[in-house]
Design a protein around this ligand. Sequence first.
Ligand code: APR
Ligand code: PHB
Length: 394
Amino acid sequence: MRAQVAIIGAGPAGLLLGELLALAGIETVIVEQKSRAYVESRVRAGVLEQGTVGLFDKLGISARLHAQGLVHNGFQIAVRGQLHRIDLHALTGKSVVVYGQTEVTRDLIAARLAAGRPILFEAADVAIRNLDGPDIGNTRPHLTFMRDGQSQHLDCDFIAGCDGFHGVSRPTIPAALLPTCERVYPFAWLGILAEVAPCSPELIYARHRNGFALASMRSNTRSRYYIQCGPDEKLDDWPDERLWDELRRRLGPEAAAGMTTGPAIEKSIAPLRSFVAEPMQYGRLFLAGDAAHIVPPTGAKGLNLAASDAYYLSEAIARHYRDGSRDALAQYSDTALRRVWKAERFSWWMTGLLHKLYDEQSFEARMQTAELDYLFGSRAARTVLAENYVGLPY
Ligand code: APR
Ligand code: PHB
């Protein structure tokens, strides 16, 4: 088999990259270790920046997104039971769209398969071969993998490592040439998805003395909630009733009054981490999305960063095939990382602002209170929050 670009991973980064490259007339093959059903049922975040929505528009696959996605012009921050609105639209002229990553993935897979572009699902032991050093040289790499009990070989000009945090792409790069930067937070998010109406028309981020909570949604009939919990807590510690009680407590009386509870469709605990590996390129291998960086979910930047990486990488590769230049390819990592680091900063800041980090009388806890007070009293401070939340320009 041969493709101009071999893409490892059919998550948002790999799928978007594949469609953006197709628009530029570039052939790709996506190699994915899981089944289509598995990829399409993974529950992840669900807030799209305007820039991400713009990519779907450009690809002509945004009909369902616009029909079913919920446009949000603001969100709420709950502190001591009181709601404070961040009016995204008034502060920035922009809004976000609430549309699950699960749906994003389904739309991208449907469009790709309908156009006859291959996704090789259930590919095992994917390995990157023939990368010969950090520079973009002339030697072509290839992929090997097992599929249907047969060993396969995929020749290509470039490889896009879009295989998430636990993929093979990043570890293929010699560790000495790939410095990483990491913060593991001393808490996790316990998430619940339930077929009930949301408690509020807008998302509510709560800072409470028991810890953070978030009321989000997937549609007008499906809610997604999270609470901060200890990194070692188990799902068994959190029967549904305990979780709903704690959500009501942390989100405050107004949200509690509007809250409908119901059985969990999905419930999981995820650790919070900030992580960046740089550069996002080694020879003819380019990393995009979670393969190169992780943000904590506060602020919902993970999927949107996967989208901006896919955009930058598609532009660089398209320019290379247009004019033979390697400059844009060589600059991809710096270009993408500038936006990545700003989103890392924002996600880290929003995590620190809203989570229980210390004892309520500690200096740091008082700093959180003062910062929130400042935020609610200053349009300038809210504008900084809002322009990051709706997404920095590409
Ligand atoms: N071989 C082939 N495919 C692999 C391998 C491998 N060795 N390892 C992982 N994959 C696949 C995974 O099964 C998954 O489908 O790569 C894909 C990576 O997708 P994501 O983890 O969704 O990562 P990305 O596309 O970068 O999207 C980032 O997803 O994790 C969320 O919150 C994150 O919203 C962010 C977004
Ligand atoms: C979600 O709906 O899953 C979600 C929303 C906003 C966040 C994080 C997650 O900041």
